[in-house]
Write a protein that binds this ligand. Structure first.
Ligand SMILES: [Mn+2]
Length: 342
C-alpha cells in the first residue's frame, strides 16, 4: 500500500523516546487478553524510562484480566471521558495496540485522530487504516504482545527492561491470542519468545489459571445453557451456531467477558469448520465467527456483517432483529458449501 504522508523513522522514534514524553496507550473496544497484555506490557516498559504514561481503554473489559500488573492505572474512556480526552489531546505520543482502524475504538477514535500526537501502531490485523506515523505491523504475528516484545527487544534494543511485570503482561497477550499456544500462529519462534518471558519472570502456570480458571458460577452455567439449549449444528454445512437473546444474557447476569470463548466450544465439535456466536446486544446484534484451516471467517464478516478480523477469528455486527441475523447467516452458507464440506 502506498503511504501518502511523511513517516517517522525508527531512529526518530528512538530519539523521541530518549526524553520523557506524555504517552497514551490505547487498544480496541472490549479489550481481550492481547489488548490488555500488550498495553500493560508496553506501559510497564515505558514507565521505567521516565515517561508519563496512561493506558486508556474505549470500554471496560473482563474481570479475569484485572489481576494484571498496573491494571489499577488504566482509564476506561466510557467512565472518565473528560480525563481521557484531555490526556489524548495533550499527549505527544499515542500507541495504538492490537487494532488498526480508528473505528475500533469508538468515540475515542476521533479524539485520537484529532490529537497532534505522533501515532504508533503495533498490530497484527489485516488492512490497516492510514492514520499512524510509525507502524510495527505484521499479520503473521500471533499477538500484538509478540510485536510489543519485538519492538522493545529488537527495535529499541531495550530487552533489559523486560521485568517480571512486563513479561507477565506480554505472556498473557501471547497465550490468549494463540489459544494457549495451539493455533497455527504459535510458531516455534513464538514458543521461544514465551520461553524468554518465562525466564524473565512470567509464571506461566499461574497466568493460565488466573485467566482460564477464574469463571464466576453464572458464567459457567451460562456456558452450559448455551451448549445444551442454544447450539444448532448444521451438518450439511459443517457449521454450528449459538444465538443468545438479551433476555437470556440477563437471566444469567452476564457481564463483560462472560460470552468470550463460547464460540470455540461450537467449533470444537468434530467435523465443524465454521462456528458463530450471535448475540443480541442493547444497540445491535454482534457476531463472533471462528473457522478452521483456510476457511475465511473474516470474509463472511466483512462482506455481510460490517466487520472483519483474522481468517480463523473474526467479528461483525448487524442492526436487525436477532432472528433475521441468524437466518441471514444461515442463508450465506450455501455460497460457501463447497469450501465447508471439502
Ligand atoms: Mn491481538
Amino acid at each position: 500500500m502506498q503511504r501518502k504522508k511523511y513517516m517517522l523513522t525508527l531512529t526518530e522514534l528512538k530519539t523521541l523516546l530518549a526524553t520523557p514524553q506524555r504517552i497514551v496507550i490505547t487498544t480496541h473496544h472490549k479489550p481481550d487478553g492481547d489488548a490488555m497484555g500488550s498495553s500493560l506490557g508496553l506501559y510497564g516498559y515505558l514507565i521505567q524510562k521516565g515517561h508519563h504514561v496512561k493506558v486508556i481503554t474505549p470500554t471496560d473489559y473482563p474481570t479475569f484480566l484485572h489481576w494484571m500488573p498496573n491494571n489499577g492505572d488504566v482509564i476506561i474512556f466510557t467512565e472518565q471521558q473528560e480525563a481521557a480526552a484531555r490526556l489524548v489531546e495533550e499527549a505527544s505520543l499515542i500507541f495504538c495496540l492490537d487494532f488498526n482502524t480508528l473505528s475500533r475504538i469508538n468515540e475515542l477514535g476521533e479524539l485520537v485522530r484529532a490529537s497532534g500526537a505522533k501515532k504508533i501502531m503495533i498490530d497484527h490485523h489485516l488492512e490497516p487504516e492510514d492514520f499512524d506515523d510509525y507502524r510495527h505491523w505484521d499479520i503473521n504475528a500471533c499477538a500484538a504482545a509478540q510485536l510489543v516484545y519485538d519492538f522493545i527487544v529488537n527495535q529499541l534494543q531495550d530487552g533489559g527492561l523486560i521485568n517480571k511485570d512486563v513479561a507477565s503482561c506480554l505472556y498473557t497477550g501471547i497465550m490468549t491470542d494463540s489459544g494457549s499456544f495451539r493455533f497455527p500462529s504459535a510458531t516455534s519462534e513464538v514458543y521461544r519468545i514465551a520461553a524468554n518471558l518465562i525466564d524473565l519472570g512470567a509464571d506461566q502456570s499461574k497466568i493460565h489459571e488466573l485467566v482460564y480458571d477464574n469463571s464466576s458460577e453464572n458464567r459457567l452455567r451460562f456456558l452450559g445453557y448455551c451448549l445444551s439449549n442454544k447450539l444448532e449444528v448444521l451438518r450439511d454445512y459443517n457449521t454450528a451456531i449459538i444465538s443468545v437473546t438479551k433476555e437470556e444474557l440477563a437471566q444469567y447476569h452476564s457481564i463483560t467477558g462472560d460470552t468470550e470463548g463460547v464460540v470455540n466450544y461450537a467449533l470444537s465439535i468434530n467435523g465443524i469448520r465454521l462456528a458463530a456466536l450471535i448475540i443480541e446486544r442493547p444497540d445491535k446484534v454482534k457476531l463472533s465467527v471462528r473457522s478452521t484451516g483456510d476457511f475465511p471467517a473474516n470474509e463472511i464478516c466483512k462482506k455481510y456483517f460490517n466487520g472483519g478480523g483474522h481468517r480463523n477469528a473474526a467479528g461483525g455486527a448487524a442492526e436487525k432483529p436477532l432472528n433475521d441475523v441468524v437466518n441471514e447467516f444461515k442463508s450465506i452458507l450455501a455460497e460457501y458449501k463447497e469450501q465447508l464440506i471439502a
